[in-house]
Design a protein around this ligand. Structure first.
Ligand code: UT7
Length: 339
């Protein structure tokens, strides 16, 4: 007869205990962008809400930015590196297929022997990571989880491509998630739509880049991201508003209960459209970090939360809706209490 297996049991609830961010030093304004593409400051500001973004310098690697963000998150959470038992890094711009960047980040931070792995869930990555952390903590697989969203999208952006050059940017955001006596992370509503996978893609595989061939202009092959922005814009503005409403329903939170709204910082007009579709009260604080940060994919939500907390616009303990959506297409949203 088979023995009855012990199963692990964790904390009743989980909570985001601290967030931290890293913004690269170099500020790239729209005046610089329009030296690369046929556009204007006015078009970029009115169509996307972006006035400036950060592009990483050579020393601001995926690992360096992650560690800087993570140290701030751990300090604010009051959690020592040695207490972190799980590190999840969401990125699509760690340019080595293996090993995962999470293992060296864990090691260099001092989270020795932590379970560590990368996930590829594009702009939904921080919310995917938060959902996993919540589950791991409640099953007992983990106690303190470090979730990092980090991108150096400038490495994969063709700065002469009119559809993407003004939008994508670099940065890192991190959160420490740990056990809680009271509910502080609501159920995730997540999913994917692979039928629309071709809307945001790396235009060629690394194998093409490595074959040594050159483009007609003599430039060596280097893959870059391509986006068919308008269908993504419509999908994000309408379908994602429904997902966000489902996440609020799942948590038992009505629009009038919500205090803070932090959507993925993809486009200011998407944020406005979602706000309207969700019928959120005018007093809800809305993250508008995209104006100075651009679209940093997996990093955008933790960076925006940090900005709201640092500016005093939002406060610890407030009820916030977070939702990420992007290449895949993938999406995930949940209601959390702010750290
Ligand atoms: O983070 C992952 C998920 N990503 C997103 O959620 C991004 C979603 N998409 C978007 O944010 C928007 O689609 C963009 C900001 C990328 C583009 O805005 P849009 O309102 O969808 O523009 P469009 O592609 O429909 O183009 C409108 C016009 C066109 O000109 P005509 O045909 O109306 O004369 C384009 O040729 O704007 C023109 N255009 C530009 N003009 C100046 C397109 N790109 C540019 C540009 N500068 N960079």
């Amino acid at each position: 007869m088979n023995p009855t297996l012990n199963v692990s049991r964790g904390a009743k609830y989980s909570r985001m205990l601290g967030v931290g961010g890293y913004r690269p030093r170099r500020v790239v304004d729209n005046a610089e962008i329009i030296t690369y593409i046929d556009s204007s400051d006015e078009w970029i500001r009115t169509r996307s809400g972006i006035t400036e973004r950060r592009w990483a310098s050579d020393d601001e690697t995926v690992s360096m930015m992650s560690q800087a963000a993570a140290r701030k998150a751990m300090e604010r959470a009051g959690v020592e590196p040695g207490q972190i038992d799980t590190v999840i890094v969401s990125t699509v711009t760690h340019l080595h297929q293996t090993p995962a960047i999470a293992t060296t980040i864990a090691s260099e931070l001092g989270a020795k022997n932590a379970a560590a792995f990368d996930i590829s869930a594009a702009c939904a990555g921080f919310c995917y990571g938060t959902a996993m952390a919540d589950s791991f903590i409640r099953t007992g697989a983990s106690k303190y989880v470090l979730v990092i969203g980090v991108e150096r999208l400038s490495d994969l952006t063709d700065k002469h491509d009119r559809s993407t050059a003004f939008i994508f940017a670099d940065g890192a955001g991190a959160a420490v998630i740990g056990p809680s006596d009271t509910p502080a992370i609501g159920p995730v509503v997540w999913g994917s739509d692979g039928d629309q996978a071709d809307l945001i893609v790396q235009n060629e595989p690394w194998t093409t880049a490595m074959d040594g061939s050159a483009h007609d202009d003599g430039e060596p092959h280097w893959p870059s991201l391509r986006m068919n922005g308008n269908p993504v814009f419509k999908w994000a503005s309408y379908t994602m508003a429904k997902t966000a409403a489902e996440a609020m329903d799942a948590a038992g939170v009505r629009p009038e209960d919500l205090e803070v709204f932090v959507p993925h910082q993809a486009n200011m007009r998407i944020t406005d459209a979602m706000f309207k579709a969700l019928k959120l009260p005018a007093g809800v604080v809305v993250a508008r970090d995209i104006a100075r940060t651009g679209n940093t994919s997996a990093a955008s939500i933790p960076l925006a939360i940090e900005a709201l907390l640092e500016s005093g616009e939002a406060h610890s303990g407030q009820t916030a809706l977070i939702i990420g959506f992007g290449a895949g297409l993938v999406y995930a949203g949940q209601v959390i209490l702010l750290p």
